[in-house]
Design a binder for this molecule. Structure first.
Ligand SMILES: [Zn+2]
Length: 231
C-alpha cells in the first residue's frame, strides 16, 4: 500500500515516527523522483511557456553523485546574485531539477561550488495547509530554526539516486537570501518547504542527508523499501 503523498511522513513533533513505517509510506521525498515526469505535476505557466529559452532546448546539467569531492566542499558566496550568468545558471538548474523529477537542486550538485539552490513545492508534495510554490532560487541563503519543534522527514537526493532515509529536521525555519533578479527575499517555512530548504542548504556546507541519519535502519533503496511495503 502506498499512502497518500501528503501523509507519507509525519511532521507532528508529538508523533515520533517509526522509521520503517515512515519510509514504507512512500512518496514524500524531494530530491529524487518517482515516476513523475514533465507535465504530471503542476508545472507553472511561466516555466512551460514564456520564459523558456527561445530555441526551446533543455539545458540539462550533469549531476554529481555521492563520492564526488564537490559535494563535500563548502560552497563560496555568490558575489552578484543579480548577474546574468547567475540567472542563466538558475534557469538551467530549474530545468535540470524538473527533468529529474526533483524538488530541490543545489549548485554544488551540478559542479558549481556556489551558495545557491533552486527548489519548488509541488502541489502533490505539500503538507496540509501548505502552499504549492513554483520553482525559484535562493542565493546566499541564511536558514535559521524557529522554535524547538522537530519533524522526521523521508529524504532522497538526486546525488544518491534510488536511495532514501529518515532525517530529523527543524519543523519551522526562517530563510533569507536573494533571488536571481538580485532582490532580497525572506520568510518563514514549515513542513515540506522547511524540509527542502534545510536539505538544500546543507549541500552548500558539504553535508549530505546521509550524514544526518540517526537510525540507519531507515536508510535503503527505494525499490526495496517499496517491495517490503507491498507484502
Ligand atoms: Zn540533495
Amino acid at each position: 500500500m502506498i499512502s497518500h503523498p501528503d501523509k507519507a511522513y509525519s511532521r507532528n513533533p508529538a508523533v515520533k515516527a517509526d522509521a520503517h513505517s515512515t519510509l514504507n509510506a512512500g512518496a514524500q521525498f524531494f530530491c529524487i523522483g518517482d515516476d513523475e515526469k514533465h507535465g504530471s505535476f503542476d508545472e507553472p505557466a511561466w516555466f512551460a511557456g514564456a520564459s523558456r529559452r527561445k530555441e526551446d532546448i533543455l539545458a540539462l546539467l550533469k549531476i554529481a553523485r555521492m563520492g564526488h569531492p564537490v559535494l563535500l566542499r563548502p560552497a563560496l558566496p555568490v558575489e552578484s546574485p543579480g548577474a546574468p550568468e547567475i540567472a542563466s545558471l538558475v534557469q538551467d538548474m530549474i530545468e535540470t531539477m524538473l527533468d529529474a523529477s526533483g524538488a530541490g537542486l543545489a549548485a554544488p550538485q551540478v559542479h558549481h561550488s556556489l551558495r545557491l539552490f533552486v527548489y519548488h513545492v509541488p502541489a502533490a508534495r505539500r503538507d496540509d495547509g501548505e502552499e504549492a510554490l513554483a520553482p525559484r532560487a535562493l542565493i546566499n541563503p541564511v536558514i535559521s530554526p524557529v522554535g524547538e519543534e522537530r519533524m522526521d522527514c523521508v529524504e532522497g537526493c538526486l546525488s544518491l539516486p534510488g536511495l532514501r532515509g529518515v532525517v530529523r529536521r527543524h519543523a519551522c525555519v526562517r530563510y533569507e537570501g536573494w533571488n536571481e533578479r538580485g532582490e532580497a527575499v525572506s520568510g518563514e517555512a514549515r513542513g515540506f518547504h522547511a524540509n527542502v530548504l534545510q536539505h538544500e542548504n546543507d549541500h552548500l556546507d558539504g553535508i549530505l542527508y546521509t550524514m544526518r541519519i540517526d537510525d540507519f535502519r531507515s536508510f535503503g533503496y527505494t525499490d526495496e523499501l517499496t517491495r517490503e511495503n507491498a507484502t
